[in-house]
Design a protein around this ligand. Sequence first.
Ligand code: C2O
Ligand code: CU
Length: 503
Amino acid sequence: MSTHITRRSLLGAAAASLAAGCSSPATKEFVAPDDKEVADAEAARGTGTGSVRKARITATTTTLDLGGGRTVKSWAYGDRLPGQEVRVTAGDTLQLTLANHLPEPTSTHWHGLTLRNDMDGVPGLTQQPVKAGAEFTYRFALPHPGTYWFHPHSGVQQDRGLYAPLVVDDPKEPLRYDKEWVVVLDDWVDGVDGSTPDSVLNELRKGMASGGGHEGHSMPKAGAEGPSRMLMGARSELLGGDAGDVAHPHHLVNGRTAKAPSVFTAKPGDRIRLRLINAGGDTAFRVALGGHELTVTHTDGFPVEHATTDALLLGMGERYDVLVTAGDGVFPLAAAAEGKNATALAVLRTGGGSAPDASVRPKELSGRVLTAGRLRAAESVALPAKKPDRTVRVELTGGMAKYDWAFDGKPYAPERRLAVRAGERVRLVFANTTTMWHPVHLHGHTFALAAGRSGPRKDTAIVLPNQTLAVDFDADNPGLWMVHCHNVYHAEAGMMTVLGYQR
Ligand code: C2O
Ligand code: CU
């Protein structure tokens, strides 16, 4: 609890300095979100020359129907799950007003975008929190086509229903396909038997000593905050061991449980582009389409050399685009909660036949499973090989017992920064000293995996337990950028830090 209070007051101090329009002494040496360099970087990208696309989203309390008789009180963008997709064309400027009808402050972060730092949506770092009842208008240019998404960067709000796809069309789209299917994956706990993401975080923070915790399923426990959601003993070979911390009672594709899945209709022979997004809080998904091979064309918005597979693994925050040629009939799109003994479902229908059963497990799920390390960047986006000017090393630390997930043993403090300088080629090294996997995410940049060997361009990458992952990027977007684990519970426990551009 004491770390909780400390963190809150640190955020408060940072917010106060933002409000006063001045930076604390410790931050003077870094480019601030409202500095000229930030606008200059956006102008230098040569974008924002297209049209201005206006949109409005309302973060609100609502009742959601997840299907199969399950309705929940939750928080969402409008009255739907996922929120209404935002679609723009590369080169456009998005002008989007967020109206906050929630009972607490919120924010919206544009996951994966290279955008101007003051629009990145991190309260206490790049903007003030958007207070209950207030509005905030985001306005920024979108340079790169691809599959992105947005969610709050406030506490564990992302594990409610506050998420939606953001698709940036390519004005010169090189792929040929007949249909597009946006597929958003999620693990769900909010509003089920009194649980909220905040109550789950509280339970995790109290730790295993409190007697919570169970193997692979949830057990009722006395208390106003619902049953225990702590998960112990979820194992996955693909994830190198412990698969997750939270026993979410439901797993969803496009807001629906497997008992009442969403159905996508097409014609036999249609080429369909799937845009897969993992919006989960604590769950990696292994995805397969029964009876089909997947051709992977993009990850995290950026093209790759096409690769075929039976199934794909997505950590939280990751996206993959795949092409399929639809067969004739009814097919399960299955998203197995990796290591958690649950499967989410959607249906592709191109012909007659009965709907697949909620418990269906297409054999492709246990076929070839692709992870990002197997991919190569498409030539058009490969990061040119270059010796790094600077290597920044962070250790992933902490564990489930004390729930002290952190970088370098220190919980998040907005004024502590990993320093880089504009113009540098930076190598970011994530050394995972924990016994768990973490999907690490960098804001405002798209790094390259497998330095110097044409690794795929990504913004979120899985680091397996006791392994080290090195990624390279060009420091070409000045500002203060979050680096964090995209397990929302790990992030909120402290596994976040800031990458800052020194003047
Ligand atoms: Cu989905 Cu800090 O990001
Ligand atoms: Cu983590």
